[in-house]
Structures are given as structure tokens and as C-alpha cells.
Design a protein. Structure first.
Lengths: 135, 317
């Protein structure tokens, strides 16, 4: 049993205990004072006690429901943290690969420029050969 | 007041008074406990709502971070594709240059071989011309010798007049042959010189063409390196895209969990407020009970006193 259940159980038990004692007393105490006591405080008190018990029971149900929602929230918070870590890890890996890809692409472009430069040199040498052979 | 034994009734009323006091005590204690439970639950709900706010903020930040990663991965893909296209063009250019260099080497090696053949021919022609010139000079020397012998022989006064004209004519003819042979030699020498120049020019052309071939080979290797680097860039860009897709999936799940967290936190808040309303109702009724108990205990105490008065010896019921 939870503490709240213990608490409600204690209140209900005490209410039953009082009700038992009153039931026994009503057998003996039946005069005008008894009737006055019933009207002035015993019956209103019993009604108020019922209201207290019902309200506390309702409060406990709401608190239990809130606790369930809180547990779900905590579970979802753990999930959020795990997914956040996963997203951060993958984003970092993506950045790392992208930066490496950009460096490789830059190297490829520089190599292509170098290739074109060499090809232009080849054509220059061919022109020189033509010129030398035409002398 | 009652038809029963007053002592028994006093006992019963005292029991009622006792239970009423006990009930009051239990109720007060219970209300304190349940108020404490309410407070703890409210604290927990506030904590959960704080977690929800933090998770929402974290999800927003992660969304921004993943968008950056997606953007960078897109840039890497575009750059890798450009480098692939550029590398392909450069390689094709280098391969064309290599073909041109091969053709130039073949052309100038062929021309060099022809020039060398021409030089050999010119040298043979020169040797032949020199040989002819030597023969002509020998004949010319012989003719000159014969003519001088004729011209310088003692004259016979009684004999016929000397006639050296045929020797002279032979000498003149031999001298013309020498002149012609010298012309042939000169012509052959010039041809040798031209052929040598042609060989030298073709040799230079071959050297340049071979240098071009070497450079073209290096250009092709460089083009292959460019293409290989571009392939590497594409592979890395694909890995970046894959990782950013996984990051996107994770952040989407994070958004979903964050929304559920917010919903649960809000539900907890609503339940806590409902519980607080019930607690207020219970506390209001509990305060009424306290008032009724104060009244009740007074009434019961008075009833007990009245019964005790009746129960005293000498007092008639």
C-alpha cells in the first residue's frame, strides 16, 4: 500500500470506529439532548466527514494520475536525451565527413587544374617540335 | 434524560467523546499528510514541467544543429559532383594531349629517319663526286704534262712544224671536266650540309615531342589522381548525407518524444490542479468538522455532567 492509501485507510478506519461507538451510544442515549446533539453536530459532522473522505479519495486519484503522467514524462525525457545525443553524434559525424569531402573535392579541383596546366605544356612542346622540325 | 442506567450511558458518552477527540486528531494528522502529499506532487509536477521546457529547448537547438549538418552535407555533395565533372574533363584533356604527343613523336621520328636516309644519300653522292673530281684532275694533270712535253720538245729545223693542238685541246677538255667535277662536288657538299641541318632539326623536334610525351604521361596520371580524389569526395559526401539523415531521424524522434513529454507534463499539471481543488474541499469540510467537534464535545460534556449529577446518591431520577 502507498502512503496515500495508508492515510485514507486510517481516516476511513477512524470514521468507522467513531460510527461504531456512536451506534452503541445511540442505543442508550435517546433523550432530547441526544436528539439535539444529532441535529446540531453529529449528523452535520458525519456529512462533513463523508465529504472529507470523498474529497481526499478524489484528490488521491488525481495525484495517482498525475504521478502516472509524471512517470511517462520522465520516460519521455530520458528518450529525448537519448535521441538528442544520437542526433548530436550523427550531426558531428556528418560534419566530419562533409569537411573531409570538401577537402577531397578541393584537392581534386587543384589536381584537375594541374592536369590542364600539364596538358597545355604538352601542346606547347608539340608546337615547339613543329617549329624545330620546320627550321 | 434516559431510561437506561446512567452509569452505562456515561460510559457510552465518554467513549463517544474519546472517539471524537481521536477522530479530530486523526483527521488533522491526515489532512497535514495529504497536504504534504499534494505539495510533493506539485513539486514533482513543476520539475517535470521544467524538464519539458528544457527538452523543448534542446529539441529546437538540435533541430538547428541538424539543419546545419544537412546544409553542409549538401554543400559537400555539390562540391564533390563539381570536382568529379572537372576531374573527368581534365582527364579527357590530358588523354587527348597524350594522343597528340604520341602522334607528334611518331611524326618526327619518321621525319628524322627520312632525313638520315637523305643525309646518307648526300654523303654517298659527295663521295662519288669527289672520286670523279680526282679522276678528272689526274687526267687533267696527264694532259697538261703531255701538252708541256709537246710544247717544250726541241724544234727540228728540217722537220715539219710541231703540232700540239690536239694535246692542247685534250688539256682544255680535261680542265673543263675538272671544273665540272668541282661544281658537282660543291653541289654535293651543299646537299650534305642541308641534309645534316634537316637531321639536326628533326632531332630537335623528336626531343621536344618526346618531352611532350613525358609531360602528357604525367598529365594523364594527374588527371587520374583528380578523378580518384573526386571519387573519394563523393564517397565522403555520401557518408555525410547518410549521417545527416540519421541525425534527422533522431531529431524527429526527439521532437515526437518532446511533444509527448510536454503533453504528459501538462496532464500532470491538470491532475495536480484538480487534486488541489479536492484538497481545498476536504480542508473546508475538515474545518467544519473541527467546529462541530468543539460544539459536540461541549454538549456531551454537559450531558455527562448532568448524568453524573443524577447519578449522585440521594438524587432521585
Amino acid at each position: 500500500m502507498s502512503e496515500r492509501e495508508d492515510l485514507l485507510w486510517a481516516l476511513e478506519r477512524q470514521a468507522r470506529s467513531l460510527a461504531d461507538v456512536l451506534a452503541e451510544a445511540r442505543i442508550l442515549w435517546r433523550d432530547a439532548n441526544a436528539r439535539a446533539a444529532e441535529q446540531k453536530f453529529l449528523q452535520p459532522r458525519a456529512a462533513a466527514e463523508s465529504t472529507v473522505l470523498a474529497a481526499v479519495a478524489a484528490q488521491h486519484r488525481e495525484l495517482a494520475s498525475a504521478a502516472q503522467a509524471g512517470l511517462l514524462a520522465e520516460e519521455k525525457h530520458r528518450q529525448c536525451a537519448a535521441e538528442s545525443a544520437e542526433a548530436a553524434r550523427n550531426a558531428a559525424a556528418s560534419d566530419q565527413s562533409a569537411q573531409a569531402a570538401l577537402r577531397e573535392a578541393s584537392t581534386a579541383l587543384a589536381q584537375a587544374d594541374q592536369t590542364d596546366h600539364l596538358a597545355a605544356g604538352v601542346r606547347g612542346l608539340i608546337a615547339q617540335a613543329t617549329a624545330a622540325g620546320s627550321d | 434524560m434516559t431510561q437506561h442506567n446512567p452509569t452505562a450511558l456515561i460510559n457510552a458518552l465518554e467513549s463517544v467523546a474519546y472517539e471524537l477527540r481521536r477522530s479530530g486528531s486523526v483527521l488533522r494528522s491526515g489532512m497535514e499528510d495529504t497536504a504534504r502529499e499534494q505539495w510533493h506532487s506539485e513539486e514533482h509536477a513543476r520539475r517535470v514541467q521544467g524538464l519539458a521546457a528544457l527538452a523543448t529547448e534542446a529539441a529546437r537547438e538540435d533541430e538547428r544543429r541538424v539543419r546545419e549538418a544537412e546544409h553542409l552535407a549538401g554543400q559537400a555533395e555539390a562540391s564533390a559532383r563539381r570536382s568529379q565533372e572537372r576531374g573527368g574533363q581534365a582527364l579527357a584533356n590530358a588523354q587527348a594531349a597524350l594522343r597528340e604527343a604520341h602522334a607528334a613523336v611518331a611524326l618526327w621520328r619518321g621525319n628524322l629517319a627520312k632525313a638520315r636516309e637523305r643525309l646518307e644519300t648526300a654523303r654517298r653522292d659527295l663521295a662519288a663526286a669527289l672520286s670523279v673530281l680526282a679522276e678528272c684532275e689526274r687526267r687533267c694533270a696527264a694532259a697538261a704534262s703531255a701538252y708541256r712535253a709537246c710544247a717544250s720538245a726541241p724544234r727540228d729545223p728540217n722537220g715539219p712544224a710541231r703540232d700540239c693542238s690536239s694535246l692542247y685541246a685534250a688539256l682544255a677538255s680535261a680542265e673543263r671536266a675538272v671544273t665540272a667535277a668541282r661544281g658537282q662536288v660543291e653541289t654535293a657538299r651543299r646537299e650534305v650540309s642541308r641534309a645534316e641541318s634537316r637531321v639536326a632539326a628533326c632531332s630537335h623536334a623528336v626531343e621536344h615531342a618526346e618531352a611532350a610525351l613525358g609531360a602528357a604521361t604525367r598529365a594523364v596520371a594527374s588527371g587520374h589522381a583528380a578523378v580518384s580524389a573526386a571519387h573519394g569526395a563523393l564517397r565522403l559526401a555520401a557518408a555525410a548525407r547518410q549521417a545527416s539523415n540519421e541525425a534527422r531521424a533522431a531529431v524527429n524522434r526527439e521532437h515526437s518524444a518532446s511533444e509527448e513529454l510536454t503533453g504528459a507534463a501538462q496532464l500532470a499539471g491538470i491532475r495536480i490542479r484538480d487534486a488541489a481543488a479536492q484538497l481545498r474541499l476536504a480542508e473546508h469540510s475538515a474545518s467544519e468538522i473541527t467546529i462541530y467537534e468543539d460544539t459536540g464535545r461541549g454538549e456531551i460534556d454537559r450531558a455527562i455532567e448532568a448524568l453524573q449529577e443524577l447519578n449522585r446518591p440521594g438524587v432521585l431520577p
